[in-house]
Design a protein around this ligand. Structure first.
Ligand code: GDP
Ligand code: GDP
Length: 458
């Protein structure tokens, strides 16, 4: 039996709150040391609403669900409701941020009610409590919410944020808890902008129209996750469109739909990234595609509504070429043309999923890896910087889902981007990993120098 070296998905912590309560200030505060923990990838747009954070040695993904321009009171109500739903459906812990200067707010009351009903772990953070006295005042002022976890904070000055993080970390689920059966399951996410056919595909896959849940959104992820079996393989499908289908979210809000897609990709192994064959590839598709890469999941590009396109014998090639031109960062991802409506090639989709998943979970033995490393470094010597040469002592696979490798080196700072790319290409040439992201990490291996590390790189 090979070792199980599954990379656990990081838990998600969502910040929910009305406009102007200080969500983005808080977000920046909590991820203030982000240079140490964030992995930046060349070519990716930096998105400041979504970052990896760490506290007390526990890592999680922090998401600011806000950032919408809202004009009217009505819109605020509607968007808060949707934000809350998405957070409840998909986050592991919710930070509900409110403002001490605006107590007794009707929107807050409603959000709090919904959160309480959901049973999700919630930390109530009362912001703009800029002094110790104000922090105490905050607790008294909001005591009526009956929240077990509540704290007065100042996002602006940082007071109370340590307490806030302590609570968040306490409430995080233990992600190492997954049993073996979970590990064998393929987690799929169906993602894409509104109207590309996500619901239609999910329904086709599941083979029936799922019943519309009556009112209260589910209390756990299971609300959006459906597990099914097909040819003796178990799958869990994370269905963001399901939130809407259950009548909770109106069609349209692009950003919210992207948010939901993004959160689901954080949890999946394989993302089925749907694009619309009729509309072609749009900017919004590219956004979702970028998120998939960030999330480290494997991607299959699914061109849907192929039934509705006037085709010539070259249509498939042309569409594929356009896709690859636009999305260089997904150039190895398989592309499949389907019709969710008629079911055309949906069977074939499962062959591809199996293929991609087996690459995603592959494990290479250490000795085999080091034979490869010796060949690669002979072919092109590691770079020299300021008179010092990078020395790679050995490499070992330290994770899968996605496949991750740790190189033990004399000094991680000597790893140049272009050499990393060379190694990555060589690794793919030798071992494949076609269409799945691969992560490299470097650690110092030396007797006398202090240890240095570098965060994951793609
Ligand atoms: P968002 O719309 O919820 O993301 O809110 P912002 O983070 O943009 O903050 C709205 C306003 O509140 C800005 O002017 C912030 O400077 C201010 N603000 C945020 N946090 C605090 C705080 O802890 N204390 C005070 N006094 N002002 C704050
Ligand atoms: P979602 O917003 O991504 O969940 O998209 P829906 O599943 O609600 O589909 C949006 C619209 O596209 C609906 O009118 C569907 O009937 C239509 N649609 C979905 N899949 C196909 C397809 O394969 N072919 C055609 N012609 N229409 C489709």
């Amino acid at each position: 039996m090979p070792r199980q070296i599954v990379r656990k998905k990081l838990p998600l912590v969502a910040i929910v709150g009305r406009p102007n309560v200080g969500k983005s200030t808080m977000f920046n505060r909590l991820t203030g040391s982000r240079k140490a923990v964030v992995h930046e990838k060349p070519g990716m747009t930096r998105d400041l609403n979504y970052l990896e954070a760490e506290w007390e040695g526990k890592s999680f993904i922090l998401i600011d669900t806000g950032g919408y321009e809202l004009e009217t009171e009505n819109e605020i109500y509607r968007q808060m409701r949707e934000q809350t739903l998405i957070a409840v459906d998909q986050a592991d812990v919710i930070i509900f941020l409110t403002n001490l200067n605006e107590p007794n707010n009707a929107v807050d009351d409603e959000v709090m009610r919904r959160l309480r009903r959901s049973g999700k772990p919630v930390v109530l953070a009362i912001n703009k409590a800029d002094s110790k006295a104000r922090r105490e005042e905050a607790i008294a002022e909001f005591a009526g919410y009956g929240s077990k976890y509540m704290v007065g904070v100042s996002a602006l000055h940082g007071n109370g944020t340590g307490d806030l993080l302590d609570m968040v970390v306490e409430l995080l689920p233990d992600m190492s808890d997954d049993d073996e059966e979970q590990d064998l399951r393929i987690r799929l996410a169906v993602v894409g902008r509104p109207n590309v056919g996500k619901s239609t595909l999910v329904n086709k896959i599941l083979g029936y129209e799922r019943s519309i849940a009556s009112d209260i959104p589910g209390t756990t992820r299971d609300a959006v996750d459906t597990t099914f079996e097909r040819n003796e393989q178990r799958y869990t499908i994370i269905d963001t469109a399901g939130i809407r289908r259950r009548g909770k979210i109106e069609k349209g809000p692009e950003k919210l739909s992207a948010l939901a897609s993004r959160m689901s990709m954080q949890q999946c192994d394989v993302a089925l990234l749907l694009v619309d064959a009729i509309d072609g590839i749009t900017e919004q598709d590219a956004h979702v595609a970028g998120f998939a890469v960030d999330a480290g999941c494997a991607v299959i590009i699914v061109v849907n509504k192929w039934d509705a396109v006037e085709k010539t014998h070259r249509s498939v090639d042309e569409f594929t070429r356009d896709l690859k031109d636009e999305w260089g960062f997904l150039k190895d991802a398989p592309v499949l043309f389907i019709s969710a409506l008629t079911g055309q090639r949906v069977e074939k989709l499962f062959d591809l999923i199996a293929q991609v998943f087996s690459e995603y979970t592959r494990e290479i033995g250490t000795s085999e890896l080091n034979v490869w490393l010796a060949q690669a470094t002979t072919y092109l010597s590691p770079p020299v910087r300021s008179g010092r040469q990078l020395k790679i002592k050995y490499v070992t696979q330290t994770g899968n889902r996605p496949p991750s490798f740790t190189f033990f080196v004399n000094d991680p700072d000597l790893v140049h981007f272009s050499y990393e790319r060379f190694l990555l290409n060589q690794l793919r040439k030798k071992f494949g990993f076609t269409g799945v992201p691969v992560r490299f990490r470097y650690r110092q291996k030396s007797e006398d120098a202090p240890r240095k590390g570098r965060p994951y790189q793609r």
